[in-house]
Unconditional design. Structure first.
Length: 612
């Protein structure tokens, strides 16, 4: 899932307009705000006075109001308290994540004429960065210079993190490089860690590893947090071997892993099905005296459910509670998801009720899991009941929730209800994603509304929506089955112009459509072409074209393809085996053909006695 702006400037286009060089004689890189009145600080704070922090947790009114009242009482004291006490009073508001509300008291300080210090500036800059208003943060940096202060590493760490939070990692990297080149600020481990985090979250793990090497060779050595960030990113990039090597290197350098390190590695190993290695890692963690946390247990439990080992998953839950670690919503969601995947909806509901009984509040994902489970069991009424319960629980359905309901409605032939739900989805501000459109196309096609599906597809084209090969496959398959081969062929041929490559499923569907229409020569050419284009046939492709040859009574050619298929490790499917047995029972088969058949037919197969 990326929004990027030009990295040509250390601070971006808008920041460049606001900020000029400061103290040119010394060659410093520090910018200074120009053409701003001395009262610049307060209007900035006021500008977001009505903005809700996007990262805020739900407001706990009593705690938040107490914190605000405490600050207001402090600034009414005479004489006024020192600025250090005022900023200290902001900590509870910041801890609750209400950065927008924290800016208002800072604005009051300026209005009352209280001289703010660099710490206050850093808090304000951090608030704007957390509110995805990093440009205001850079503007405050200029005001900081105007007031005679020199920013420190913490100030720049805040701005770097703000750029990363605002999806401007390239600009953060450029700023970091410039700080490194000029040596005006000596980057600390937090600053390195911020850039490593930015690189990892944008998929540049290899560059993050390179930066780690620079740290290892320099004076600012990486700490556990830096290693953890890269190890976790390597695991998510499916580079678990590299992650384990880096883990070993931590030990060699005397840097002690913590629960985050072990949890990331255990998660990565579980995702690869390396249960033995994951178990050994878990034991090593316990032997090192590191207590697993709720996330560690949730990872293990989730791994068990994905393997269908529900008894073992329940065992993990029992062990974690015995060790005094309380399961959270994520833990219960994983267990519910496992039961839903197994089709055990009664057990999933039991887990849901247990979660509620323990005082936890199910989230939108909890409901989505159950809704999806009921839809897979074709119990649409039960799914709809849960879907309608979301507003009463002050929860909003997300893409996944709507997609699950849409899929269920189409599977049960309720196309009208599905169309209404799709309209409702957009009306409440939930934008359909590619999966949503895929469900719509597939649902319309499978319910016989192929022309409506094609109209929707063309609408998506006109609106510039991303069309992937899966969507093409849905339509190609539908038109092939509907004997409208010209339309299927046109869709197939248009893939190249859209910059898309047909996959093995695309080729196989076209080959099947051609064979069923008796166009064996064209199907054979496409079969040869797909491998020439780097798309290798699978067992379904082979069985499809073999069936086409047998249908045209070209038995020898079919059996040669069977021999090739078996050599590649594929098997003849049941329908083709039956057809081949029919060939065996035909009298007068030539010896050469019988020799070919002997190569791939099991000796105990029915019909082998006909050629022995």
């Amino acid at each position: 899932m990326s929004r990027r702006v030009s990295a040509s400037s250390i601070i971006g286009r808008r920041g460049r307009r606001r900020i000029a060089d400061h103290n040119c004689q010394k060659g410093t890189i520090f910018p200074s705000l120009i053409n701003h009145p001395s009262s610049f600080l307060f209007p900035l704070f006021r500008s977001l006075s009505t903005t809700r922090s996007p990262s805020s947790s739900p407001v706990r009114c009593n705690d938040l109001q107490d914190a605000v009242n405490s600050f207001n009482g402090m600034i009414q004291m005479r004489p006024l308290p020192p600025i250090s006490q005022c900023t200290k009073a902001l900590r509870p508001i910041l801890k609750m994540g209400h950065y927008d509300i924290a800016l208002r008291p800072i604005g009051k300080l300026h209005f009352l004429g209280i001289q703010v210090d660099i710490y206050t500036f850093s808090i304000a800059i951090n608030c704007y960065c957390r509110l995805n208003q990093v440009d205001f943060g850079f503007s405050l940096l200029g005001t900081l210079f105007k007031c005679g202060y020199t920013p420190n590493a913490t100030t720049f760490n805040t701005l770097l993190n703000g750029l990363i939070l605002d999806d401007k990692t390239p600009e953060a990297v450029e700023l970091f490089k410039k700080l490194m080149r000029t040596r005006e600020i000596e980057p600390d481990v937090v600053m390195y860690g911020t850039i490593v985090n930015g690189l990892c979250r944008t998929g540049n793990t290899i560059r993050a590893v390179s930066l780690l090497r620079i740290m290892e060779e320099g004076s600012c050595k990486p700490d556990t947090v830096v290693y953890n960030t890269i190890i976790d990113s390597l695991c998510k990039d499916r580079m678990v071997d590299d992650a384990t090597k880096l883990f070993s290197k931590m030990h060699e350098k005397g840097i002690f892993p913590d629960v985050v390190t072990y949890t990331s590695l255990i998660h990565g190993l579980c995702n690869f099905g390396q249960w033995k290695e994951a178990t050994e890692m878990f034991r090593e963690m316990l032997d090192s005296g590191i207590a697993p946390n709720v996330l560690t247990y949730s990872v293990l439990l989730d791994a068990c459910t994905k393997e269908g080992k529900m008894k073992e998953a329940e065992g993990v839950l029992e062990v974690m509670t015995q060790r005094g670690v309380d399961p959270d919503v994520v833990t219960y969601n994983a267990l519910m998801d496992g039961y839903c995947f197994q089709g055990q909806m009664d057990e999933a509901i039991r887990v849901f009720n247990t979660m509620v009984d323990r005082g936890l509040h199910p989230d939108d994902f909890s409901y989505t899991i159950l809704i999806n489970g009921y839809c897979k069991k074709m119990k649409i009424d039960e799914a709809m009941h849960l879907f309608r319960a979301l507003p009463r629980r002050e929860l909003k359905p997300n893409n996944g929730t709507f997609n699950a309901m849409l899929w269920g409605l189409f599977q049960t032939g309720r196309c009208g209800a599905a169309q209404k739900l799709f309209n409702d989805m957009q009306a409440v501000g939930v934008n359909p994603n590619s999966q949503t459109y895929g469900i719509l196309l597939d649902g319309l096609c499978k319910n016989g509304h192929i022309s409506e599906a094609l109209s929707l597809f063309h609408m998506m084209e006109r609106n510039g929506l991303d069309l992937n090969v899966v969507m093409y496959n849905i339509l190609i398959d539908a038109f092939c089955k509907d004997k409208k081969l010209d339309t299927a062929r046109a869709l197939f041929n248009s893939l190249a112009s859209k910059g898309l490559d047909p996959n093995v499923k695309t080729y196989t569907m076209m080959i099947q459509g051609l064979c069923e229409e008796g166009l064996l020569n064209e199907a054979t050419k496409l079969f040869v072409k797909m491998e020439h284009n780097g798309c290798f046939p699978n067992d379904v492709t082979y069985n499809t074209i073999i069936r086409g040859f047998i249908g045209q009574h070209k038995c020898y050619e079919a059996l040669i393809l069977v021999e090739e298929m078996v050599q590649r490790g594929f098997s003849v499917d049941a329908s083709n085996s039956s057809l081949i047995v029919d060939i065996l029972s035909t009298k007068g088969q030539d010896p050469t053909l019988r020799e070919v058949i002997k190569k791939f037919m099991p000796k105990d197969s029915h019909g082998m006695h006909d050629i022995e």
